[in-house]
Ligand binder design. Structure first.
Ligand SMILES: [Fe+2]
Ligand SMILES: [Fe+2]
Length: 185
């Protein structure tokens, strides 16, 4: 089995076994990011597919492993550990870490094509499945706080994280529906 397949299985096992978020995080979020990354890669064949795929599986390790601290920085450190365990070369490790360090578009923005693909695919995944319902029902925010959080996230996803016009076009109608929904009183 290829290393990327083994890593995908390892991450699935981690999400399922350390089930503090719920298996939906793999089944809906990570598989959703994979699907959107594949859609972007089909349209951007010059991108390095292996780097993007590694980013798909490893970008949210801070959340998956439930480690306190900065989402992007801790995630990059944990990704480095996994990549070392699988014997990846230093240049691959550096590229994946850099990609994770900007995937939320908070602070550093994505610059390379692969970084833009991961941030875009991550944001696009929020427009499918039950992402907002899942977060709303975690019960961490009251309705007003949730509305505010959701509107801020939608704005960042659409305007900052999705880097390609053709990708924005694909999720535009879902974006408009969600914005109207969260604006409803
Ligand atoms: Fe993330
Ligand atoms: Fe993510």
């Amino acid at each position: 089995m290829k290393n990327t397949k083994k890593i995908k299985q390892q991450i699935k096992d981690e999400v399922y076994n350390f089930n503090h978020i719920g298996s939906w995080f793999f089944d809906e979020h990570l598989l959703g990011v994979e699907e959107n990354a594949n859609f972007l890669l089909e349209n951007l064949p010059e991108a390095n597919k292996e780097i993007v795929v590694l980013g798909v599986w490893l970008h949210d390790l801070q959340r998956i492993r439930g480690i306190k601290g900065d989402h992007q920085k801790v995630g990059a450190q944990e990704a480095e550990k996994v990549l070392n365990e699988y014997g990846y070369k230093q240049d691959v490790i550096e590229k994946v870490k850099k990609m994770i360090l900007c995937h939320s578009c908070e602070g550093v923005m994505p610059k390379t094509l692969e970084e833009k693909i991961l941030a875009s695919a991550d944001a696009m995944s929020h427009y499918y499945n039950d992402f907002y319902i899942r977060i709303a029902t975690l019960g961490q925010r009251n309705l007003e706080e949730f509305r505010e959080w959701a509107m801020e996230k939608l704005e960042r996803d659409y305007n900052k994280k999705i880097a390609f016009a053709f990708a924005k076009e694909k999720i535009k109608s879902n974006h408009d529906i969600l914005v109207n929904l969260f604006n409803m009183k």
